[in-house]
Design a protein. Structure first.
Length: 97
């Protein structure tokens, strides 16, 4: 299981945009609100989506075990998430930072 797939497909929001939810601009906040309907807070949304994603992947191969790879997004991939423009730089070659 690769967390970047869960973050990109199920969450779709830059983690810092969720952490800084109270201070982000109204248009970004509206996009995030649409994504996190049914969740009590941005943190709950993020953590529960990670839990749901990993659990879904684990259930698909149960009773076998899975290995969860941590996210290794490049900055341009983080930048493409909702709110990412505010936190990620423009890099000529994101592979080298």
């Amino acid at each position: 299981a690769r967390l970047e797939f869960v973050i990109n497909n199920a969450i779709g929001v830059h983690p810092k945009a969720l952490l800084n939810y109270d201070t982000i601009d109204a248009s970004t906040k509206a996009l995030i609100d649409d994504k996190m309907k049914g969740y009590a807070s941005p943190r709950e949304f993020y953590t529960q989506k990670i839990v749901e994603g990993v659990a879904t992947l684990a259930a698909s191969v149960y009773p076998k075990r899975i290995i969860v790879r941590l996210s290794d997004f490049k900055s341009n991939e983080y930048k493409s998430l909702i709110g990412g423009e505010q936190y990620e730089p423009d890099e000529e070659n994101p592979m080298i930072g």
